[in-house]
Design a protein around this ligand. Structure first.
Ligand code: PLP
Length: 406
C-alpha cells in the first residue's frame, strides 16, 4: 500500500525545519528532493567505485563503467523503451532538446521550414528553436491553448503543414500541470510524416511513460525532477532519427579515430556523449528511477491525483485567489495569483516564513504567462511525498497572505 508517511521517511531533508517550522516542500516542479538510497548510492560510488568511465582497464574504471552503462537499461525500462542503445545521456532536458536542435534539426531545416510548438512550452523547448529561427530563418508556428490551459491535440495536428519539419511539445505544463495528449499528437503527426519531440520533464515524473504507446521520435527527461541528482538526464531517440543526426559536442568518447586531417565517430549513442560525463550523477539517476519503479508510477499518479483533487477543492474555496489553468485531468501543479496588490514574490516570501517552499515568477514559461495575462504567478507543485496536511498548511499560509495584502 502507498504510505506517504513511510515514503517521507526515505527523504532525509523532509525532516528538517525552515524558519522554525516543519518544511512543506512544494517546489517539486523546479526540482525534487532525493531519497536516502540515491544519496547513499552516490556516496558509495565516490567512496568505493569512482573512476572515469570507458577509458580505463583497471578495476575501478571497469566497475564505474558497468554501473554507469547499466543506467541506460534502467532508463529504457522506466520509459518502456525497446532498446537501451536509443538512450543518450544528457545533463537534463535542456541539453537533450539542444542536442536535437543542433544535431538533428539545424542541418535539416532551411529558411521557411516550420517547427510547430505550443504556448505551454518551457523555455527549454522554445529557445533552442528560436536559435534556428534567428540563424537560419526557421518559422515557429505557435498553437494556442484553451482558456482553461488545456491543449487540444487536434489544434496541434491542424497546425502541421507541408513546411512543418518537427512538432515540439510538452507532456505536462510545468506551470499549470496540464496534461497533453501527446500520443494523439504523435498519431496525427505521423500521418503527415512529421517527427515529434516530447518534453517529458514533468510528464515522466507524475505517471507511467511508455514510449511505444506515445509514438514519438524524441523523448527528453531530466534526473533532478525524478528524485535524482541535478546534472543527470537522458533523451530517448528513435533509431531512424539517430541515424540522421550529426554529432553535437566534439571531444573524447564520441570518436573512434582522430587524425591530423580527419576524424571518425563512435557509434550512437556514444557519438552524442562527448567528454567525461556526469558519472555519479547518472548512477544516482538510475537509483532514483529504480526507486520510482519500486513504488510504481501508477501508485505515484494515484496519490498525486488525490492531492490534486483535495488542493483544487481547497484553493477554489479561496474566492480571492485566481488559479491559472484548471484543465480536467491535470497534474498536482497549481499556479495562482491573489487579488489585490500582492506580488507573487511577496506571497512566496510570506509562505517561506511559515516553512512553505513555493516558486514565484514566470517559471521559464513566459509565453504561457502572457497567454494568461499575468506577469508572475506563485506555483505550488506537489510530489510523491506530499500530503493533504501540507495542502492545509499551504491554505493557512495563503489566508495569512490575504490578511496581510488584501
Ligand atoms: N521542460 C519542462 C516542462 C520543465 O519543467 C523543465 C524544468 O523546469 C525543463 C524543461 C528544463 O529542465 P532542466 O532545467 O532540468 O534541463
Amino acid at each position: 500500500m502507498y504510505d506517504p508517511a513511510k515514503i517521507r521517511a526515505d527523504f532525509p531533508i523532509l525532516a528538517r525545519e525552515v524558519n522554525g517550522k516543519p518544511l512543506v516542500y512544494l517546489d517539486n516542479g523546479a526540482s525534487a528532493q532525493k531519497p536516502r538510497v540515491v544519496i547513499d548510492a552516490m556516496t558509495h560510488a565516490y567512496e568505493h567505485e569512482y573512476a572515469n568511465v570507458h577509458r580505463g582497464l583497471h578495476h575501478l574504471s571497469t566497475i564505474a563503467t558497468e554501473k554507469y552503462e547499466a543506467v541506460r537499461g534502467i532508463v529504457a525500462r522506466f520509459l518502456n523503451a525497446p532498446d537501451p542503445e536509443e538512450i543518450v545521456f544528457t545533463t537534463g532536458t535542456t541539453e537533450g532538446i539542444n542536442l536535437v536542435s543542433y544535431a538533428w534539426a539545424a542541418p535539416r531545416l532551411a529558411a521557411g521550414d516550420e517547427i510547430v510548438l505550443s504556448v505551454l512550452e518551457h523555455h527549454a523547448n522554445i529557445v533552442p528553436w528560436h536559435f534556428l529561427r534567428e540563424r537560419q530563418g526557421v518559422v515557429l508556428k505557435w498553437v494556442e491553448p484553451e482558456a482553461d490551459g488545456s491543449l487540444d491535440p487536434q489544434r496541434v495536428i491542424d497546425a502541421i503543414g507541408p513546411k512543418t519539419k518537427l512538432v515540439a511539445v510538452t507532456q505536462m505544463s510545468n506551470v499549470t500541470g496540464t496534461r497533453v495528449d501527446v500520443a494523439a499528437i504523435c498519431r496525427g503527426a505521423k500521418e503527415k510524416g512529421v517527427p515529434v519531440l516530447v518534453d517529458g520533464s514533468q510528464g515522466a515524473v507524475h505517471g507511467p511513460v511508455s514510449i511505444p504507446d506515445i509514438g514519438c521520435d524524441f523523448y527528453a527527461i531530466t534526473g533532478h525532477k525524478l528524485y535524482g541528482p541535478s546534472g543527470s538526464g537522458a533523451i530517448w531517440i528513435a533509431k531512424e532519427r539517430m541515424a540522421e543526426m550529426r554529432p553535437f559536442l566534439g571531444g573524447g568518447d564520441m570518436i573512434r579515430d582522430v587524425y591530423r586531417d580527419s576524424v571518425t565517430y563512435n557509434d550512437a549513442p556514444m557519438k552524442f556523449e562527448a567528454g567525461t560525463p556526469g558519472i555519479v550523477q547518472q548512477i544516482g539517476m538510475g537509483v532514483a528511477l529504480e526507486y520510482l519503479m519500486a513504488l510504481g508510477m501508477e501508485n505515484v499518479a494515484a496519490h498525486e491525483a488525490t492531492l490534486r483533487d483535495y488542493a483544487t477543492k481547497r484553493l477554489k474555496g479561496l474566492n480571492w485567489l485566481n488559479l491559472q489553468g484548471t484543465a480536467a485531468g491535470k497534474g498536482a501543479i497549481f499556479s495562482f495569483t491573489l487579488e489585490g496588490a500582492a506580488h507573487a514574490h511577496d506571497i512566496s516570501t510570506v509562505l517561506d516564513k511559515k516553512g512553505i517552499a513555493v516558486r514565484a515568477g514566470t517559471h521559464c514559461a513566459m509565453p504561457l504567462l502572457e497567454f494568461f495575462g499575468v506577469g508572475a504567478t506563485c506555483r505550488a507543485s506537489f510530489g510523491l511525498y506530499n500530503t493533504t496536511d501540507e495542502v492545509d498548511r499551504l491554505i493557512e499560509g495563503l489566508e495569512l497572505c490575504h490578511e496581510l495584502f488584501a
